[in-house]
Design a protein around this ligand. Structure first.
Ligand SMILES: NC(=O)c1ccc[n+]([C@@H]2O[C@H](COP(=O)([O-])OP(=O)(O)OC[C@H]3O[C@@H](n4cnc5c(N)ncnc54)[C@H](OP(=O)(O)O)[C@@H]3O)[C@@H](O)[C@H]2O)c1
Length: 241
């Protein structure tokens, strides 16, 4: 397959290259030339003539989205619309990477059939992106995941570097989620794309449910994190948060 990846320098995008590059032709569309907020991205996608576009590019800083809702909607909602329009013109499938943050976190586990109810700007803007995909395309995967970690800036690295810098940490105790290993998710997406069974999917690393506070404690345990273990991608409900 010819696969276009947006945001290919991010945590998930870079793992997708590793996971899919051997069996498929993988083409990256990245800033500054291929900014998803520009309408030029529509033609850029079409020109690649992809079989599928995996749309990872997003404004992922949750607090940043709250501070600047205009930027959040521009990238996460309208950017996704633009990429979907490119897929429409190219006759390509689209895999849109979405988030557990489309839910309100009032229960511990969510199914694909649960009604989204985002409570922050990040979740609202990602849900707006989902709605563009649903309304513009017939052949799509909406893949919701949670707490990605891999190469790059993520919760795990933040905890370790803050602890190094400050010696002690204050961590919220009311956030529970499933940390998801980016490489596992990339492999799970590769398997999904072979099936052509379209729809909404929840994908996260199984058996890794964690509270932010507990995860921080575990990461800071002497010797922890020396050899991150790859876990298989899970299917099912996503914890909120
Ligand atoms: N991180 C998480 O915990 C998490 C959880 C659930 C779902 N997700 C979703 O999973 C996907 C991948 O997340 P990630 O953690 O891999 O993200 P990431 O590491 O933050 O990378 C985001 C990528 O998007 C690119 N990007 C941002 N704005 C752009 C724009 N206007 N035009 C083109 N590219 C742009 C960035 O480019 P630059 O390199 O130029 O900045 C970067 O390559 C996202 O859709 C995110 O919403 C993430």
């Amino acid at each position: 397959m010819r696969i276009v990846v947006t945001g290919s320098r991010g945590q998930l995008g870079s793992e997708l290259h590793q996971a899919l590059g051997t069996d498929h032709e993988v083409i990256s569309l990245d800033r500054p030339v291929d900014d998803v907020t520009s309408l030029r991205i529509i033609a850029a996608v079409e020109e690649c003539q992809p079989d599928v576009v995996i749309h990872c590019a997003a404004m992922t800083n949750v607090d940043g989205c709250t501070r600047d809702p205009t930027a959040a909607y521009l990238v996460n909602a309208l950017g996704t619309r633009n990429v979907a329009l490119g897929c429409q013109r190219a006759g390509a499938e689209m895999a849109y990477i979405s988030t557990n943050e489309v839910f309100d976190g009032t229960k511990l586990s969510y199914l694909e059939f649960d009604e989204p109810n985002p409570i922050n700007t990040y979740g609202k803007s990602k849900l707006a992106g989902e709605r563009f995909v649903l309304s513009l395309l017939n052949r799509f995967y909406i893949i919701r995941t949670s707490w990605l970690f891999g190469r790059g800036n993520n919760f795990v690295r933040k905890i370790i570097s803050l602890a190094d810098a400050q010696g002690e940490l204050k961590v919220v105790t009311d956030e529970v989620s499933s940390p998801t290993y980016a490489r596992d998710l990339a492999c799970a997406i590769g398997r999904l794309l072979k099936q052509h069974v379209y729809g909404v999917y929840h994908r996260f690393s199984a058996g890794l449910d964690a509270a932010a506070s507990g995860l921080s404690g575990e990461l800071l345990r002497p010797g922890a994190g020396d050899s991150p273990q790859a876990l298989g991608g899970g299917v099912g409900g996503l914890p909120g948060g």
